[in-house]
Design a protein around this ligand. Structure first.
Ligand SMILES: Cc1cc2nc3c(=O)[nH]c(=O)nc-3n(C[C@H](O)[C@H](O)[C@H](O)COP(=O)(O)OP(=O)(O)OC[C@H]3O[C@@H](n4cnc5c(N)ncnc54)[C@H](O)[C@@H]3O)c2cc1C
Length: 509
């Protein structure tokens, strides 16, 4: 075993404030060993599940394709809330009063789990309890706000109307949720990982699980030249790889964040959210001794809008309400919106027995990823967990989620057909400018072409290897993103985000 300093990479070119170095011991695993559980993915969901299983006496191994926190956990904005993107009113209309109550319990359990870990392991991760404010700017939003209030009261989440919100934005009505929190996600994750290693767990970074063969109660996961055997597998990959039922139930969204130094000291000591569509939020974080306004939102479906325009809008909004000195960080990342509002956690219906996953956390994966990690561990340990029913992947809600379901899938179908016939017809490769990616047509075939800073062209098949949609260039994170199910590829076609498992084919021109 030797210690290496591993730099935290992220699945995009923009840098988030959480990308700092950490020592992760390299441990070699034994190919003949049959582990109780293989956890694929070292984000907040995977590491939470792995720690719980390992502490319960199971033999486990975490395989991470890149580095710990490489996925959305390294690009989160790290709010910890007692309310969620799916309001309790929405949860009640889809899952009944008891369902909404359980959902509120799950969100709160997520918060409590993070707080308990911070206290128990004395994690120095800037964890801070703060009030949260939600405000309405017009009559329509006031109705929404009242609805959110009623839903929260109905499931006994502490909330009150207030007239004083720490924001520069004019508003009509506002709510205060006490007992929210914020933290530094990667400091937290690295410490949990250290506790996991201390308990005897194994983490293999730069270990991508390519495929799994199942038989006789043992799964064999293939990775490069080697393989890992396990009795059960958790895909903590944010979206499980390959074509599966969850591709149809979750829609990928891209979200944008700035870390801004202000000219004055008007940083809010609270978590503040508006109700615009798309919405905005602000909070404060001290990074390397410097106070920064963390401001973000402006979400849109992956591959459906221009990323630079989204950043430009966010910057305009920020400058309108805050006295900006300098934008120190800007980054974006991807999350998944579940069609009926709640996460999907449990055994995968379309895989062999003993293969689990968790996804559909919306913008609330700090709490819901943590609690899902705990649910998955309970399922494997045989412990009763009342939330496993509510979040079951096998649930079917044809009426309540129907409108959204149709909307998301109609959109997927449109990309299947329309993208294949409507190309941006740029005939000359010379039209591809430096630093830009474009879909061009060559000999009747659509090609994803990117010209790097040295002038070299990188040309790939534009057909997503997951389900055949046409990829779209992400101008800010410098990746090819699939607008259908959120698979992402780097400029050489390598998969950076599932569900695709196969790289984009290289095209020689
Ligand atoms: C901009 C933004 C801001 C957000 N802000 C908040 C917030 O304030 N509060 C909140 O609660 N939530 C927030 N969220 C959501 C939250 O960040 C995510 O839900 C959460 O980080 C997901 O964690 P995860 O562990 O499930 O997935 P990830 O962090 O994405 O981890 C999955 C890991 O699996 C690895 N992997 C994938 N495939 C393989 C494979 N085949 N083999 C091996 N490894 C593999 C990946 O490399 C990755 O490291 C935000 C999301 C975005 C996009």
């Amino acid at each position: 075993m030797k210690n290496v300093v591993s730099k935290l990479n992220r699945d995009g070119k923009q840098v988030s404030p959480w990308q700092h170095t950490s020592k992760i011991p390299v441990i070699h695993h034994h190919e003949n060993m049959v582990y109780d559980c293989l956890i694929v993915g070292a984000g907040i969901t995977g590491i939470t599940a792995a720690l719980k299983l390992q502490l319960a006496g199971k033999t486990t191994l975490v395989a991470e394709a890149f580095t710990i926190g490489y996925g959305t956990t390294g690009g989160t904005s790290a709010h910890i809330n007692t309310f969620a993107d799916t309001t309790y009113t929405e949860a009640e209309s889809a899952f009944g009063k008891e369902g909404a109550r359980q959902f509120a319990h799950a969100v709160n359990e997520g918060l409590n789990l993070i707080r308990k870990n911070v206290e128990e392991y004395r994690i120095d991760c800037d964890f801070k309890i703060l009030p949260g404010y939600l405000y309405a700017e017009d009559e329509e939003q006031v109705k929404q706000l009242d609805d959110i209030y009623k839903g929260a009261v109905s499931v006994e989440v502490p909330v009150e109307y207030v007239s004083d919100v720490p924001t520069n934005v004019p508003y009509q009505k506002a709510l205060k949720f006490d007992g929210q929190a914020q933290f530094e996600p990667i400091k937290y994750l690295h410490r949990l990982a250290q506790e996991y290693l201390k308990a005897g767990g194994i983490i293999l970074q730069y270990t991508k699980i390519d495929e799994v063969e199942s038989g006789d109660g043992v799964h064999v996961a293939k990775t490069g030249q080697t393989s890992i055997k396990a009795k059960s597998i958790i895909y903590a990959t944010h979206m499980p790889p390959g074509i599966n039922v969850l591709n149809m139930r979750c829609a990928p969204y891209r979200s944008y964040v700035f870390g801004v130094k202000l000219k004055d000291d008007k940083y809010p000591d609270a978590l503040v959210y508006d109700l615009q569509e798309p919405y905005h939020y602000v909070r404060t974080h001290v990074i390397n001794g410097q106070k920064l306004l963390i401001i973000g939102g402006n979400d849109h479906k992956t591959g459906h809008d221009d990323e630079e325009a989204a950043f430009a809008d966010l910057e305009e909004y920020t400058r309108q309400y805050y006295n900006v000195d300098v934008v120190k960080y800007r980054w974006s990342s991807q999350y998944y919106v579940p069609v009926d509002g709640l996460p999907y956690v449990g055994e995968m219906p379309d895989r062999a027995d003993g293969i689990y996953c968790a996804t559909g956390f919306n913008g609330n994966g700090m709490m819901l990823g943590s609690v899902s990690g705990a649910i998955l561990a309970d399922l494997i340990l045989g412990n009763a967990n009342p939330l496993s029913q509510l979040f079951s992947i096998k649930r079917f809600k044809p009426i309540d989620g129907f409108t959204e379901f149709v909307k998301e899938n109609a959109d997927v179908a449109w990309h299947f057909v329309a993208d294949r016939f409507k190309a941006e017809e740029i005939k000359a490769l010379n039209d591809v400018e430096t630093g830009v990616g474009k879909i061009i047509e060559l000999d009747g075939k659509k090609v994803a072409a990117y010209r790097d800073e040295q002038g070299e062209l990188h040309t790939l098949s534009s057909v997503c290897t997951h389900m055949g949609c046409t990829v779209k260039w992400n101008t800010t994170e410098k990746s090819w993103d699939c607008p259908c199910h959120g698979a992402r590829f780097d400029i050489d076609g390598n998969v950076v985000t599932g569900p695709a498992t196969v790289n984009l084919e290289k095209v020689n021109v």
